[in-house]
Design a protein around this ligand. Structure first.
Ligand SMILES: [Zn+2]
Length: 563
């Protein structure tokens, strides 16, 4: 560092001082500015959002704005005595309370005792209660009256990651502002500005890696950068970031993903050996590999041509990793779990699959359906049998991509038609969330149905995807029951029998869509049926997204935005 001033944490030094300084959060900032401009800031404010995203910074800026003597279009000037005293922390009229350590009734009592005294210096006396979800029930009760009818010069601001535990009586009295996770570009942008201002250098890839690892929290990103800067390499590279956090190289992560997807246990185990020797943290590796799979899955959603690995195998690998408990210690521990994940079902169960072996050249029909191309990427999946014993669950057959929406519900389709459920034919599918071993499906599979029916059932999702939105919602609920000559019968669940009438009115569109799929002219007939139908599929993208979401919870949306 070139400066001689004592080290002050980056996130403090770079804390936003005005609304204009705030990175991201445009919606919240604009609402707050408007409220300030029109003098409509209430006396109870709540900031909600993940840690390190700027809730208390916003609260302080709002406190400044309420007291600023030289407002700039709703933004505090950061130069008048009020603003300066808040920035420097010298005023007694801004009271910041860490509710995590002052959560009890006593703290609230002493707060209440001082409440009636007007501010000594500022216009408004502002209480900022951070980590407010830690406030206890009795303390909330003691606080309620004050929040209901505070002195006119008092404003309460609460910051919380988890406001669901607030008493409803309190929540209903607060103006709520939701602060979101920052995107990777937003974090990158600020880190780059910090580096430039400090005259320090970093590879863009290193900055990007920090931004990704921070998972939406600017404070974490700034802390990481701070540590790297104090280690003082001339130029921060990706390797520095990895070293700091004990991360494996990108190539290693990619290689491990490849081993997982291919079920190459030998390669994967050898790689784990190398990492052990180099003292790399397997837990971090797990995070990195999950992150890499997530990014690739999502990238494939946005642009199928970018999908590197087969999405189904990739999602299956993700599922196997998601089942790992990184905290498990004892014999084997994390290492053993990672090794187990390498033994993909693909390696052992894919092999002599009868239906696959028997599948005539017609099996390519599924891979190259006529007409309705929706997602080319997913089609490169493992060949799906089109033989009579093929699965007929459209979710299975049409989308080798992360196919099954959530836990597989075992359902029986019309006996005459092909069976619905099975986990087997998707070679790379993972056991943990797919059908548990010994699930009833395979045995119940009748051998029958016509090739056309199997093909149609297997590719039903493509037919669904090929029609207009209004029709799609309707035929999403039905399944092909039979194909006899040029008559195709679609079955609707009896509970939704009304849909068959709706569908019948769209017969022309259905004739065309089913005809395009089968490659010949057909007439569609709609019936209600009391056989259990499989869960309705949605579009391929929806299925992949639903699957990814299930695996990776809510993080997916953020990643989607930024990748
Ligand atoms: Zn000011």
């Amino acid at each position: 560092m070139t400066s001689t001033v004592p080290h002050q944490a980056l996130y403090r030094r770079w804390r936003a001082q005005t609304f204009a300084d705030i990175v991201g959060q445009q919606a919240v900032v604009e609402t707050l500015r408007n409220a300030v401009r029109s003098d409509r800031v209430g006396h109870g404010i709540l900031f909600v959002g993940p840690r390190g995203t700027g809730k208390t910074s916003l609260a302080r800026i709002l406190a400044k704005a309420l007291n600023c003597t030289n407002l700039q279009d709703g933004d505090p000037c950061d130069a008048c005595p009020s603003c300066v005293s808040i920035r420097e922390g010298t005023t007694l009229d801004l009271i910041e309370i860490d509710a995590a350590s002052n959560n009890g009734i006593d703290s609230v009592r002493s707060l209440r005792e001082r409440l009636p005294y007007p501010p000594g210096q500022l216009r408004k006396k502002v209480y900022i209660l951070d980590e407010a979800h830690q406030i206890t029930g009795p303390a909330w009760n003691a606080l309620l009256k004050s929040i209901e009818e505070p002195p006119p010069f008092v404003v309460f601001m609460f910051a919380s990651t988890e406001p669901s535990g607030f008493p409803p009586a309190i929540l209903s009295r607060l103006q709520r502002f939701d602060v979101r996770r920052l995107t990777i570009p937003e974090i990158e942008g600020k880190l780059t500005r910090i580096l430039a201002a400090d005259g320090r250098l970093a590879d863009p890839a290193a900055v990007r890696l920090i931004a990704r690892l921070a998972a939406g929290g600017m404070r974490d990103a700034e802390s990481m950068l701070d540590q790297l800067l104090s280690a003082a390499p001339d130029r921060i590279g990706e390797a520095h970031v990895r070293d700091l956090l004990g991360l494996a190289d990108a190539e290693v992560v990619d290689a491990f993903v490849g081993f997982l997807v291919r079920g190459d246990a030998a390669g994967g185990v050898a790689l784990l050996d190398q990492l052990d020797e180099r003292g790399r943290d397997l837990r971090a590796l797990l995070d990195q590999v999950v992150d890499a799979i997530r990014l690739e899955l999502v990238a494939g959603l946005h642009d199928p041509s970018r999908a590197g690995h087969d999405p189904a195998a990739l999602a299956a690998a993700g599922r196997r990793l998601a089942a790992i408990d990184p905290n498990r210690v004892g014999i084997g521990g994390l290492r053993f779990q990672l090794e187990l994940a390498l033994f993909a079902p693909s390696a052992t169960e894919r092999g002599p699959q009868p239906s696959l072996a028997m599948a005539p050249s017609a099996s390519t029909a599924v891979a190259a359906p006529t007409g309705t191309a929706t997602t080319p990427a997913v089609r490169q999946g493992p060949g799906h049998p089109a033989s009579p014993v093929a699965t007929s669950d459209p979710a299975d057959a049409a989308t080798p991509a992360p196919a099954r929406p959530g836990p597989t519900r075992t359902v029986q389709l019309a006996p005459a038609a092909a069976p619905t459920h099975t986990a087997a034919p998707t070679p790379d599918d993972a056991p943990p969330v797919a059908s548990p071993a010994g699930s009833p499906a395979p045995a119940a599979r009748p051998v029958g149905g016509s090739p056309d029916l199997d093909r149609l059932a297997g590719g039903w999702i493509e037919v669904v995807a090929s029609v207009g939105p209004a029709t799609r919602a309707v035929i999403n609920e039905c399944r092909p029951l039979s194909v006899e000559g040029n008559v195709v019968t679609l079955g609707f669940p009896e509970a939704k029998a009304f849909l068959k009438d709706v569908a019948a009115r769209k017969a022309k569109e259905l004739d065309a869509a089913v005809g395009a799929f089968l490659g010949r002219s057909v007439n569609v007939r709609c019936v209600a049926t009391n056989v259990e139908l499989p869960l309705p599929p949605t579009t391929d993208a929806d299925l992949v997204l639903a699957e990814a979401r299930r695996i990776f919870a809510d993080d997916i949306v953020e990643i989607g935005e930024v990748s």
